[in-house]
Design a binder for this molecule. Structure first.
Ligand code: SER
Length: 627
């Protein structure tokens, strides 16, 4: 499915194949047996030989993007460049990017979904286009010097055309001239072959590459279009020529770009001749740690295997989220709330496996040890990850104990009700008073032959939820960066605010987080005490003064060292390229930043601080609006 990209739903194991033990190497034919680490390096190396500059993957927590809580696709951090900003590293880029997509959080656990995955990506920003992109994908996949995959097990799809864009005959011709047989090239509609990360933003037709997971070689007349169940998507080449401005408007981008994403977990699975990502070394040590804690042998019971997979997936996500340089700890808002849900769901499934005490630390350690080469931040944040997970686990276990106890107290009365329906109001009380999850109430009710009135619960839930939490729920679905005028204005205002805070409170003030919606900006910064009313007023006045001066906002590219030496503010913990963009607002502010920004400060309007409050120990938070 095109909108999910290369790491979306994963076709389950083919039941006709022998059942594999995920903790043991596969008995199936293994074409090259590359590990995930080796695949990552080979991919980067290959695209370097094609003139691409390696850029570093970005944080899982996007800055200044009001529409998503996490980096949801490899291209996400590249959005401004796909929209036309020049990239400091050039026009051909390659990287690997950790991603978190929680849109399907409640479905994860069947073998088909991962909430955390890695994308290998290469980009052309108005440089090469379809022909080179497809030829290089093919070369990397099939050339004996690279992945040496059997061309006979590959099929491709191209866009069939609709009212937005023409049928992509050119890509089909490219594939045919490379040697892909015509009966392995399928034209599919936009639902399959149009990629857009969100409701707005860069998008375009794509060409997807599939691997035959069926038994033996695919039949002669076969492609994804005719036999979808047996073809697994491993790579997606998106030809981003368009920008969706709103529901009705699709405009051409200034340049024809390429955005490709290869799902690391899936491709490793293919390379190792396996049928499920959970059978690879990516997950095996984690599965093994969970099975040890549960004293369970994987493969004995399908229901339990599913729980093991859920725990495995969620612990990996939680480890990556907390271990991110900007990673939150579990909380009730935003990304911290998603994290809390992931951890709590892992704990619940741990209990289904018979684990009674805390256990998350060991599998999380396995994740850290397995990935610290590619993601050194996991090692740097080892203590934060393990302590954060453990604390949340302890807290949740207490919640569960209290909730179950309260449910038992309610039970005799509930059983008297002939309708066998527990009121949503009562279920909500368990949730609201004791934090007891509705899913567990439903489970306990089910065990006692009852149902919960979910509609009533949902209604009560909606009424009482804090706005921010409800907002977080919406964001699960994940949109894409909308670089609308409003966001851009708020982004520039954030730079003014950052500098004004430093001027008023001192140079120790540093940005700790930023979040922009179309209604306001939120800015977290290091400062040890609440701001006084005078300080707030002063900061506000300074920002408005700079707006009034109609300062020009300009961008220059320089080496990171040079930028720092010139006094530009750079964010601590942020990974930068060697060459960076520096945005200057008149003589007032200078920051290393990816943009975009407005051209003149006067475009911002009137700046007003709404609230100054604590965010965390030593960190203050400001909400402000432009009027
Ligand atoms: N954006 C596309 C995807 O995520 C290709 O990188 O599948």
């Amino acid at each position: 499915m095109a909108t999910r990209g290369a790491a979306g739903p994963f076709p389950g194991p083919d039941p006709s194949l022998p059942k594999l033990d995920p903790c043991r190497p596969s008995e199936l034919l293994s074409p090259t047996m590359l590990t995930a680490n080796e695949l990552r390096s080979k991919y980067i190396e290959f695209f370097k030989t094609k003139g691409h500059a390696e850029i570093s993957g970005k944080s899982l927590i996007p800055e200044n993007d009001p529409t998503v809580l996490f980096t949801t696709a490899g291209m996400h951090p590249l959005v401004p460049y796909l929209l036309g900003e020049p990239h400091p590293a050039g026009k051909r880029l390659v990287d690997y990017q950790k991603c978190v997509r929680t849109g399907d959080i409640d479905e994860v656990g069947d073998p088909a979904h991962l909430t955390c995955f890695e994308m290998l990506g290469n980009w052309s920003l108005g440089d090469y286009f379809k022909k080179e992109s497809l030829a290089w994908s093919w070369e990397f996949l099939t050339d004996p010097a690279w992945l040496a995959l059997d061309p006979l097990r590959i099929s491709v799809t191209v866009f069939a055309g609709d009212e937005n864009a023409p049928r992509d005959e050119y890509s089909a011709e490219c594939w045919a001239s490379i040697g892909v047989p015509v009966n392995r090239i399928a034209y599919l509609p936009a639902s399959d072959n149009w990629w857009a990360a969100g409701a707005t933003g860069p998008c375009g037709p794509d060409s997807e590459i599939f691997w035959w997971v069926g038994e033996g070689l695919p039949p002669a007349l076969s492609n994804k279009g005719s036999d979808p169940g047996n073809w697994m998507e491993i790579w997606n080449n998106v030809f981003m020529e368009y920008n969706r401005v709103d529901e009705k408007t699709l405009v051409r981008l200034p340049a024809q770009n390429v955005d490709t994403g290869m799902g690391l977990e899936r491709t490793v699975t293919v390379l190792q001749g396996k049928t499920s990502v959970y059978q690879t070394e990516i997950f095996a040590p984690v599965i093994s740690a969970i099975c040890t804690a549960a004293n369970y042998e994987y493969g004995k019971d399908e229901e339990k295997d599913r729980s093991v997979r859920i725990v495995t997936d969620h612990i990996r996500s939680a480890t990556f989220i907390i271990g991110d340089p900007k990673g939150p700890l579990p909380s009730n808002v935003g990304a911290g709330y998603v994290l809390r849900r992931l951890i709590r769901r892992a704990v619940r499934h741990g209990r289904k496996l018979g684990i009674e005490g805390t256990f998350l630390v060991r599998p999380a350690t396995a994740v850290i040890d397995n990935f610290l080469g590619a993601y050194p931040e996991l090692e740097v944040n080892r203590a934060k990850i393990l302590e954060g997970l453990d604390a949340e686990e302890v807290k949740f276990l207490e919640t569960l104990k209290t909730g179950e106890h309260e449910f038992e107290k309610m039970l005799p009365n509930l059983l008297k009700n002939p309708s066998k329906v527990m009121s949503g109001r009562l279920a909500f009380k368990l949730y609201d008073t004791y934090g007891f999850p509705i899913e567990l109430t439903e489970e306990l009710a089910g065990e006692n032959g009852m149902k919960v009135n979910r509609a009533e619960f949902d209604e009560a839930f909606k009424k009482h939820q804090e706005l921010s939490r409800a907002g977080a729920d919406q964001l699960f679905k994940g949109g894409m960066a909308d670089t609308s005028d409003v966001s851009v204005r708020y982004h520039t205002a954030t730079h003014l605010l950052h500098r004004a805070l430093k001027n008023v409170l001192g140079e120790h003030v540093n940005q700790k987080g930023s979040n922009i919606t179309s209604e306001r900006l939120r800015f977290d910064f290091s400062h040890g005490a609440p701001m006084t009313a005078e300080e707030v007023a002063k900061v506000q006045a300074i920002v408005n003064e700079q707006i009034g001066r109609d300062l020009a906002v300009t961008m220059t590219m320089m080496k990171l060292d040079e930028a720092k030496a010139s006094g530009a503010t750079a964010l601590f913990g942020e990974k930068y390229e060697e060459t960076v963009k520096v945005y200057t607002i008149g003589d007032f502010s200078k920051e290393v930043c990816g943009g975009p920004h407005v051209e003149r400060s006067s475009l911002l309007g009137k700046f007003r601080v709404q609230k100054e409050q604590s965010s965390a120990a030593g960190i203050r938070r400001i909400y402000a609006v432009l009027e």
